[in-house]
Structures are given as structure tokens and as C-alpha cells.
Design a protein around this ligand. Structure first.
Ligand code: HEC
Length: 463
């Protein structure tokens, strides 16, 4: 008895003790399922799985990916067309989610209803959007943070075809509805009490490449309104999906489950074919920090630099990928890979909603040996777990006794009205912490700076 109790408290063994809330019907191993257009409601984890339960979380990620890349029902935003298969034609479910610019208007006005579209002036291309349209007008995964004192810390990503990568954030209906009905798009309404989202909320961030001079064969491609940074005008162009973040709040994981996918050929690694999207294959190492800044954006688009993956994808994740890719053969989705799933770790899930998302409470966590970044989105944040998804998004939570948390959702803090007031954001302690995290996140040039010491410094800055 005594031995049993003490075993429960050995940190490395916390994965064993999830019996209390285990669903009885979680098959082990999880079967590969590609015919469901619904994202899983939660992770299905059988009791007593030895070691890190990679395959169960990775299976969750893949099933969620399949639901989000499913063809959407014509005219019904966020709804899958169940008469089609995952490889069928049409706009994908996640492309019909409500986009960032639709949710947060520059004039503080409320968004149009879920299935509707705003006036052209509310999007970055000034076009009348209709069902299935995608507008790509952002050159940073941090969109307007580039203007808000962060310009020097952030840089754009240049693909090998010397075009800038474009980014897009979108929200599913439950998450959008919470923002709309709570008027959380107004800063005053989130600043005082903070906000909490409902289970089933999903937000995504996608990264796209201009397909000029690229062979589209191993891509999911579509036409999108693309902002040309030089002329400031938009035109419809062929774009290819190179990265996709999917974040879902579930009953057992109130800190959300964090998944990230990439096109297979982004960087040289197992399964990638040259020409790579972000590496010339010539062996030149990746620079230690982004040679380009966001503000001002260098124009014309400067030459690309090489990008690499710093930590290898876990062998378990690789084998889950192989199984799903085989099942998806004949569709563009066979050319996408899950890079990692990050999740909150706790005894007896559901995890306590007040548990922080710091590396000690997550997998991957402190001492991570598997990736926690997407090469197209966190290109230069690959070495310290303190700039991993959950650690960085945890910074949105209650800080120093000030209740103004946004439940791990950064866009609320970044875009709630007013947003474009100089130095306004820096009055929120979250942004000071973000600034300090970003200024430390660089690829180490040599063994000189050990990840451990940087992690320690970063940990102190987020406390
Ligand atoms: C160093 C900080 C940092 C890291 C690391 C980071 N993010 Fe974010 N993320 C942000 C910020 C800031 C925004 C808001 C950007 C904006 O307003 O356009 C954001 C936005 C997002 C969004 C849109 C919803 C939201 O919260 O606003 C998603 C989805 C997302 N990130 C997923 C991820 C995933 C998955 C990872 C890890 C693979 C990750 N992020 C890593 C800082 C970070």
C-alpha cells in the first residue's frame, strides 16, 4: 500500500494513473479512422498505458485534422459535407471558420453572424467574401503584434521560391459565439474579469505558400485572395497549405490539446522530397535568428534562408503518421505530417482548470526531446520548451494577481478593440512576458548556450 501511494507521486509515472475518468471503450492501439467528419470530443485514453501515451494523443490530433480538412457543406460554415469523403472536392471545414479579421473589426463594431460575411472594408483585401473564400493578408504569425512594439522581435518567413509565407487564424462556431455574445472583441470586456471558453472550442492557424514556380503535386492547393506587399493590392492566386495548428478545449483537458501539422516537404527529414519548401538542400545551416524583420517588411521579397527541424519527430508520432498517410493515399492529405501533440499532464483527468500550462505540467515539457514547434510558424522558437505552444499561450492567463486571462487564446489580447494604440498592449503584463520570451528565443549557434540555462531564465521571466 505504501509503495503504491508513493509510486503515484513519481513524476515520470503520472501517465499511468488516469483510471478515474478513463472511458471503458478506448481501444488500444487506437484504430486508424479516416471516415469521420466530426472532431473527437476528447482524448480517449485507456487505463494503465505504459510510458508516454503518444499514440492516443496523436490519434486525437489526426482525427481532428481529418474533420477539419473535410469538405464543407456548401453554404454552411463549419459544417462537413457528410456525402463526401475527406479527399472530396470543395472548400475545407477549417477554411469556412470565422477568420480573425471577421471577428475583430478595426472600428470595434461587432462581427456579423456565424454564417454571414462582413463588408469588404473589414478584411485585409477589401473584397466581398463569400462562402469558402480565403483572404491571406498577414505576413506574420503574430499579425498586428508586428506594429505593437514587437516589430524588431518578429520576422517574416521566406519560402525557397522567394515568396513570403502568409498566415491565417480562424475560430469554430462555439469559440466564435462566445466571443460574439460576450462582446469579448472589446478590450474592456475581457480586461476586468477574464474569459473562459466552452469545451469543443477549436481555433486554428494556417500557413500558406504562394505556389508560383512550384509543383503542386504533393500539396493541398486552392485559390485565395493574396495581398501583394509591394503593390498593396490583392489578387486571386494559387496557394498551398504548408502548416496547420489545431487547438481544442476538451472536458478532460481545460488547458486545451495542441496539435500541429506540416506539409511533408517543408524541411529535409525522413519522408521529405526535394525541392524542400524552406531549405535549398545544400547543407547551409539555419541562421540563429531571423535575418529579416517584420517592421518594415523587406521589399521586394529578399532571398530565402534555410530552415531545419531542430528536434526529430518522435518515432511513435512518425509511425502514427505512416498509418494515417497510408489510409489517406490518393488524397492530398497523405502529404501532411503531424509534428507533435502537446497536452496538459495530470493525475486523474480532467485536469484542474486552474493548473498552469507551464512546461512542468505539459508533454512535451521540461527536458523535451521531441519537437514543440512548427517550422513554418515557430521557425525560430524550436529550442526552448519555454517558447513551446502551451508555455507561451499560458502567458495569457492570470498574471501577478491581475485577473485578465483569456484562456490561452492570444488573439483576444492582441486584437480586442482598441488594439492599434501605441504601447497599449504593453500595459498588459502578458505582453511584457511575451516580449521577454521572444527576445530569448533564438536557435543557439553552438553548444555555448545550453537550453537548460536559457530555460531557467525564461522560467523566471514567466513566473
Ligand atoms: C512565443 C509565443 C508563442 C508560441 C511559442 C506559440 N504561439 Fe500560438 N500564438 C501566439 C500569439 C501572440 C498569438 C496571437 C497572434 C495574433 O494575434 O495574430 C498566437 C495565436 C495562435 C492561434 C490562434 C488562436 C489564438 O490563441 O490567438 C493558434 C491556433 C496558435 N497560436 C497555436 C499555437 C500552437 C499549436 C503552438 C505550438 C506549436 C503555438 N501556437 C506556439 C504566441 C505563441
Amino acid at each position: 500500500m505504501k509503495l503504491h501511494l508513493s509510486l503515484l507521486f513519481v513524476p515520470g509515472l503520472v501517465y499511468f494513473s488516469n483510471t478515474a475518468s478513463a472511458q471503458p471503450t478506448c481501444p488500444n492501439p487506437p484504430p486508424v479512422v479516416i471516415n469521420s467528419s466530426q472532431p473527437p470530443a476528447d482524448i480517449c485514453l485507456p487505463p494503465n498505458v505504459p510510458g508516454v501515451p503518444f499514440q492516443f494523443f496523436d490519434d486525437f490530433s489526426w482525427r481532428s485534422f481529418i474533420a477539419l480538412v473535410w469538405p464543407a457543406l456548401n453554404g454552411q460554415r463549419g459544417t462537413p459535407d457528410t456525402a463526401k469523403t475527406v479527399g472530396g472536392p470543395g472548400s475545407r471545414v477549417f477554411e469556412t471558420y470565422k477568420e480573425l479579421a471577421e471577428v475583430f473589426h478595426n472600428d470595434g463594431s461587432g462581427p456579423s453572424n456565424w454564417n454571414d460575411f462582413d463588408m469588404p472594408s473589414q478584411n485585409g483585401c477589401n473584397v466581398q467574401m463569400a462562402f469558402g473564400d480565403v483572404v491571406l493578408a498577414s505576413f506574420s504569425k503574430f499579425s498586428n503584434l508586428g506594429q505593437a512594439s514587437f516589430g524588431s522581435l518578429l520576422g517574416p518567413l521566406v519560402a525557397q521560391n522567394q515568396t513570403y509565407v502568409r498566415y491565417l487564424t480562424s475560430f469554430n462556431e462555439p469559440e466564435f459565439t462566445a466571443i460574439q455574445s460576450g462582446k469579448w472583441y472589446l478590450r474592456a470586456n475581457i480586461a476586468a474579469a477574464g474569459v473562459t471558453f466552452t469545451n469543443g472550442s477549436i481555433d486554428v492557424k494556417s500557413a500558406w505558400i504562394d505556389m508560383s514556380n512550384k509543383n503542386p503535386q504533393r500539396f493541398y492547393t486552392r485559390t485565395a485572395w493574396l495581398l501583394d506587399p509591394q503593390s498593396g493590392t490583392c489578387s486571386q492566386k494559387l496557394v498551398g497549405l504548408v502548416g496547420l495548428h489545431i487547438v481544442q478545449k476538451t472536458p478532460s483537458r481545460p488547458q486545451w490539446i495542441w496539435s500541429t501539422f506540416e506539409q511533408m516537404d517543408n524541411v529535409p527529414e525522413a519522408g521529405a522530397q526535394s525541392p524542400f519548401n524552406f531549405n535549398n538542400g545544400g547543407g547551409t545551416t539555419m541562421p540563429s535568428s531571423n535575418p529579416y524583420k517584420l517592421n518594415p517588411l523587406p521589399l521586394p521579397t529578399p532571398p530565402p534562408f534555410n530552415v531545419s527541424r531542430i528536434q526529430q519527430i518522435s518515432t511513435s508520432t512518425q509511425s502514427t503518421n505512416t498509418s494515417y498517410q497510408a489510409a489517406l493515399a490518393g488524397t492530398p492529405w497523405q502529404f501532411y505530417r503531424l509534428v507533435m501533440t502537446q497536452w496538459p499532464v495530470c493525475n486523474n483527468p480532467p485536469c484542474n482548470p486552474t493548473m498552469r500550462g507551464t512546461p512542468g505540467n505539459t508533454f512535451p515539457g521540461t527536458g523535451a526531446t521531441t519537437p514543440f514547434a512548427n517550422t513554418t510558424l515557430e521557425t525560430f522558437d524550436q529550442t526552448s520548451i519555454f517558447t513551446g505552444c502551451m508555455a507561451c499561450h499560458n502567458v495569457t492567463q492570470t498574471v501577478s494577481g491581475v485577473t485578465q486571462g483569456t484562456d490561452f487564446v492570444w488573439s483576444l489580447k492582441d486584437h480586442a478593440f482598441p488594439a492599434n494604440v501605441p504601447n497599449l498592449l504593453l500595459k498588459d503584463p502578458s505582453f511584457k512576458n511575451l516580449q521577454s520570451l521572444l527576445s530569448k528565443s533564438k536557435i543557439p549557434t553552438a553548444a555555448a548556450r545550453t537550453a537548460a540555462s536559457r530555460d531557467k531564465a525564461a522560467e523566471n521571466s514567466v513566473k
